[in-house]
Design a protein around this ligand. Structure first.
Ligand SMILES: Cc1ncc(C[n+]2csc(CCOP(=O)(O)OP(=O)(O)O)c2C)c(N)n1
Ligand SMILES: [Mg+2]
Length: 370
């Protein structure tokens, strides 16, 4: 167990000897595209919230390497139990912008039909389990799913995410404890971005690190530079391979920074020092990876322009498609709750239909109430 921070890409874009995971060139460029597309998606999300087109948004700016590098280490058949700050995984798993934005809008194109908060995605087709607002609950869900896979004897791996604040939840203990005892094939990724809304890491724990907590649960704990996508990938790939071999779970702490406010309802400038932000801005994970690619002659201005243009065009098209989708009416309240509606609910649905036909209810569903 070590509290050292594993880094592969230096600040000048060079890799440390013998540590480069050796990904193929087209895959390196693909990862870069995903990072840029994630950043642009994030900017659009906040812009749409500020324009009043959606009610709430939660940015991941600065954490692209941390979550993309981690999820990239999984096989397609593996499962994800994410927190709310890993939108790049949706793009990695080919979820369309249309579906993502429909979730923000809570319209008829949304998997959850508007019953979740914006940014609380759920995509069965991508093995992406519904995001929960209570921090930490996904850790126990992942542990349980991992235990089930072990009992069934299949070799699926489960990756779950939490923040530094999430380590103080009771579910952190429950999830890691069960996974440790049962050797469940789970990779716990703690994205330590220094803050839990306005609570800094020093007030979150007296531990030297988050990774060291793994020791108490009988699993390896690894601390990695979360703004270095190659380092995150390398550490997580080892953890995924270990889990698949049946050797049990790992806790990975990715040390990163929340560049934006906690959410569209927060203003970090009220509790955070600007110099801290400026220092982390210099460690931007996208700029860092760009330097690496440049060293390897895999990046130039023409490539950059094409990457940005392609991502922006996909965004524009997806937003347009999503905004053209119909909102769901109040009658959808009765769907997907019971396989067979109870007589009382049937009567209520009938009553609502009559009111609606007279124009009494449901003409305008309104905005998300935040
Ligand atoms: C169980 C629980 N307690 C409190 C909250 C309120 N809350 C929402 S986000 C958050 C901070 C989480 O910080 P962290 O885990 O570091 O994740 P980050 O937002 O930094 O990604 C808190 C306290 C919650 N959602 N659930
Ligand atoms: Mg945090």
């Amino acid at each position: 167990m070590s509290n050292d921070l594993l880094t592969i890409i230096d600040q000048d874009g060079k890799t440390q000897k013998g540590k480069d995971p050796g990904l193929p060139k087209d895959e390196l460029q693909r990862l870069y595209r995903l990072m840029v597309a994630t950043r642009l998606l994030d900017e659009r999300g906040l812009a749409m919230q500020r324009q009043g087109r959606i009610g709430f948004y939660l940015q991941s700016t600065g954490q692209e390497a941390s979550h993309l590098g981690a999820a990239y280490a999984l096989a397609d058949r593996d499962w994800l139990f994410p927190a709310y700050r890993q939108p790049g995984i949706l793009l990695l798993r080919d979820i369309s912008i249309d579906k993502i934005v429909s979730e923000w809008l809570g319209n008829s194109g949304d998997t959850s039909k508007g019953r979740q908060m914006p940014v609380h995605y759920s995509f069965r087709e991508a093995n992406f389990v519904s995001i929960s607002s209570p921090i930490g609950t996904q850790l126990t869900h992942a542990a349980g799913a991992g235990m089930a896979a072990r009992i069934r004897g299949d070799d699926t791996v489960f990756m779950t995410f939490c923040g530094d604040g999430g380590t103080s939840s009771n579910d952190f203990h429950t999830g890691l404890n069960f996974a440790g005892v049962t050797k469940a094939p789970v990779v716990f990724v703690c994205e330590n971005n220094g803050w839990a809304i306005s609570v800094p890491q020093c007030k979150q724990t007296a531990s030297e690190s988050m990774a060291i907590k793994a020791q108490a649960y009988g699993m390896p704990g690894v601390r990695v530079d979360g703004n270095d996508i190659l380092a995150v990938y390398r550490v997580c790939k080892e953890a995924v391979d270990r889990a698949r071999r049946g050797d049990g779970p790992t806790l990975v702490e990715t040390v990163t920074y929340r560049m934006a406010s906690h959410s569209s309802s927060d203003d970090a400038a009220r509790y955070r020092d600007a110099t801290e932000y400026e220092a982390w801005k210099k460690k931007d994970p996208i700029a860092r990876f760009q330097l690496y690619l440049k060293q390897r002659k895999l990046w130039d201005e023409t490539f950059e322009a094409e990457v940005v243009e392609t991502a922006k065009a996909k965004l524009a098209e997806g937003v347009k498609l999503a905004e053209a989708r119909a909102n769901l009416g109040p009658e959808s309240l009765f769907d997907d709750v019971f396989m067979n509606l109870t007589p009382q609910l049937k009567a209520q649905r009938q009553e609502l239909a009559e009111l609606m036909s007279k124009g009494g209810v449901g003409a305008d569903v309104g905005h998300f109430p935040l």
